[in-house]
Design a binder for this molecule. Structure first.
Ligand code: AMP
Ligand code: MN
Ligand code: MN
Ligand code: MN
Length: 280
């Protein structure tokens, strides 16, 4: 186990716990360094920072930016960002701007499959309506009896190619890295093992990301097998990138890995938190 978790979500995006609850849970699980990385929003960071001070946890300001790269959605973590930075805030606002319209289109597609009321149902699960997203639809669809759990509902309705999926243009890779760096943060490519790319294209993504000023690859993630963690640790070393590690926790019972319970990085990795000046 490591004492660091640099990827998790709160009710500021699609998590089920408030920012302070996420921090307290991470602390109870033994975390010393924690980044709250809500999707396209930094609204949870003030509350998280106050709770972290009380718990003796070092909080890393974070965000997970939605990006479209070669027609696929890719996520980029901003770590050590300044949540008050104007350029970053304006950028995040522009990325989230399309979510409401996309939600309407998703509800329309689901309606064609005979599922009524999903727009209101999804918003009822979204504490931050600006961040309305697929996870909120998933929670409604489970509650409404269309699948047994969140994973099943994504497979059946919400993953790319399924009936409730709506194509969307997020930020560009250039923009995401630029906003993160302008606000004083380091960019880490989130869960590379989750994208529908073969090894060649995935490594092209890593190289392009590095060329734009990206700093790290998320090596250890709930989305990765132990073999993938080894593969991405080698890729990071080969490309001169640091390594990150995170649970991608969204809430109790919905996540593969609990917040603050992240396996250690493979041998030889350069931890990105050290480059950010955090110690664990
Ligand atoms: P969105 O940004 O609205 O497209 O939603 C993306 C979020 O959906 C991710 O951050 C995950 O929380 C969730 N998600 C995506 N794919 C899956 C999946 N196969 N199983 C569970 N959750 C998923
Ligand atoms: Mn999510
Ligand atoms: Mn992600
Ligand atoms: Mn995430």
């Amino acid at each position: 186990m490591s004492l660091v978790d640099l990827h998790c979500h709160s009710t500021a995006s699609d998590g089920t716990l408030a920012p302070a609850e996420v921090v307290r849970r991470a602390a109870a699980n033994g975390a010393r360094v924690l980044a709250l990385t809500d999707h396209d929003h930094v609204a949870g960071l003030d509350e998280a920072r106050a709770a972290a001070r009380e718990e003796g946890v070092q909080l890393v300001g974070g965000v997970e930016i939605s990006v479209t790269w070669r027609g696929q959605t890719v996520h980029v973590l901003g770590l050590g960002i300044d949540p008050a930075h104007e350029g970053l805030c304006r950028g995040l606002e522009s990325v989230r701007g399309g979510r409401a319209r996309r939600a309407e289109l998703m509800a329309g597609e689901l309606e064609k499959r005979g599922i009524r009321g999903s727009l209101e149902g999804a918003y009822a699960h979204a504490e931050n309506p600006e961040l309305i997203g697929r996870t909120h639809f998933a929670r409604f669809l489970v509650e409404d009896g269309h699948a047994k759990d969140i994973k099943a509902v994504f497979r059946k309705y919400l993953a790319k190619g399924r009936p409730g999926y709506v194509k969307h243009e997020w930020a560009t890779l250039v923009e995401a890295v630029e906003w993160i760096r302008a606000s004083g943060g380091k960019a880490a490519l989130a869960h590379p093992g989750r994208y529908p790319f073969g090894r060649v294209v995935r490594e092209e993504l890593m190289l392009e990301f590095r060329g734009l000023g990206g700093s790290a690859i998320e090596v250890v993630s709930a989305s990765h097998t132990a073999d993938q963690a080894q593969e991405f640790a080698r890729a990071a070393a080969r490309f001169g990138l640091a390594a990150s590690a995170g649970s991608d926790f969204h809430g109790p019972g919905e996540s593969w890995m609990d917040v603050g319970r992240v396996p250690a990085l493979p041998e030889g990795c350069v931890p990105v938190w050290r480059e950010l000046g955090f110690d664990a």
